[in-house]
Design a protein around this ligand. Structure first.
Ligand code: 5AD
Length: 368
């Protein structure tokens, strides 16, 4: 019997040891078995539709200095930008016209009142500006602007964001403190995730895969963390060196052996098996390490894709890692290319649907 079968892919409870075993699978056939099981789990719990969220990276100003990230505040080689509200709202309207259903607003982290007011205003404008017969409540909105306080999260929620993404990056606390400056505390991330949950957001988190020093046990623990924290949405991707960062300086990325790609895909598949009804994104970073990375992500159990809609002029300034794809395409070209790519995986693209996390919806139903 193959190793994958031996550990019985479809088990009700996954122990850390089972998860480590699944993530350690190397044989082609076994990986394919894992993929098929993950895909089946996805179709049973979420259906086969792919949900699109237009992604606008509206500012690359950041108060943080994460050792891995290209837009860290100490990187003087980045040209800083901040989009106008009108540009963001236009992009949102375009996304709504395409039938995307949902939108993601992402930026570097800032906590000053001017920034917070800006985000609240733009959320309200998007909500009002994208209402139509097809989308009576406007676009669904996911926000991704880092660690904030309770009042700020509450204000964003009231202004119209109903999902929030805040990656934990790694649940190995020692590793977390190695890749972040001392003022960034693991406990605060946990606290932020708890506040987001309390306010009523659909809560998303995720990790970087392949951080130097990270083990398979760490990754297994990450998946158990998602489960223990009752996470609704997952966004994970490979760690990629950025030359202007302490972790990436002097290093080149070499993805020829596909090891990192397969580890990332196995993470998606195992997260799907363990968590079942959550939304899982096939992230752009997957495509940075493999030309068809996002399509593979969909085949391994992901059900969300975030087409990049950041205006072309500033896209090159939002590079968290080297080799970001799609930095010289237009929004419309990107949309078309992505649609063709998704169709190539035999999946239907949801139109004018928010595509909320089934996990969140099921939880709500249960609590009534
Ligand atoms: N490689 C991969 N992902 C990265 N991120 C930031 N820098 C990198 C990198 N060098 C991810 C982090 C962050 C998200 C917005 O981008 O996980 O939470």
């Amino acid at each position: 019997m193959t190793k994958a079968k031996e550990i019985c892919i479809f088990r009700m409870e996954y122990s850390k040891e089972n998860i480590v075993n699944l993530l350690s699978i190397e044989g082609k056939e076994e990986i394919e078995q894992l993929r098929q099981s993950a895909y089946k789990t996805m179709s049973e719990h979420c259906g086969e539709k792919v949900y699109l969220r237009g992604l606008v990276e509206f500012s690359n100003y950041c108060r943080n200095d994460c050792y891995y990230c290209g837009i860290r505040k100490s990187n003087a080689n980045v040209e800083r930008y901040h989009l106008e509200q009108s540009e963001i709202v236009e992009a949102a309207k375009w996304a709504a016209e395409q039938g995307y259903g949902s939108f993601v607003l992402q930026s570097g982290e800032r906590t000053d009142p001017k920034f917070i007011d800006f985000v609240c205003e733009v959320l309200q404008k998007i909500k009002i500006g994208t209402k139509s017969d097809k989308l009576p409540d406007g676009l669904g909105i996911t926000l991704c602007v880092g660690e904030q306080d309770f009042e700020t999260y509450q204000r964003f929620f009231e202004a119209g964001a109903h999902r929030y993404l805040l990656r934990i990056e790694t649940t190995n606390q020692e590793l977390y403190s190695e890749i972040h400056p001392p003022e960034m505390k693991f406990e605060n991330r946990l606290h932020c995730l708890a506040m987001l949950r309390e306010i009523g957001y659909q809560v998303g988190t995720g990790v970087m895969i392949g951080i130097p020093g990270q083990t398979i046990e760490d990754l297994a623990q990450d998946i158990l963390f998602f489960k223990e924290h009752d996470i609704d949405m997952i966004g994970m991707g490979p760690f990629i060196n950025h030359e202007d960062t302490p972790m990436g300086a002097g290093k080149t990325n070499d993805f020829k052996d596909n090891k990192l790609l397969f580890l990332s895909l196995k993470m998606i598949a195992v997260a799907r098996l363990v968590l079942k009804d959550v939304n899982i994104a096939a992230t752009t970073a997957l495509q940075a390490i493999s030309p068809f990375g996002r399509e593979h992500g969909l085949r391994y159990g992901a059900n969300v894709v975030m087409p990049l809609m950041t205006p072309l002029e500033v896209r090159k300034s939002y590079q968290l890692y080297d080799g970001k794809p799609c930095i010289d395409e237009f929004g419309s070209e990107c949309a078309e290319c992505l649609a063709q790519r998704i169709v190539s995986t035999d999946r239907e693209i949801a139109k004018n649907e928010w595509g909320d996390s089934r996990h969140f919806i099921n939880k709500k139903k249960k609590s009534k």
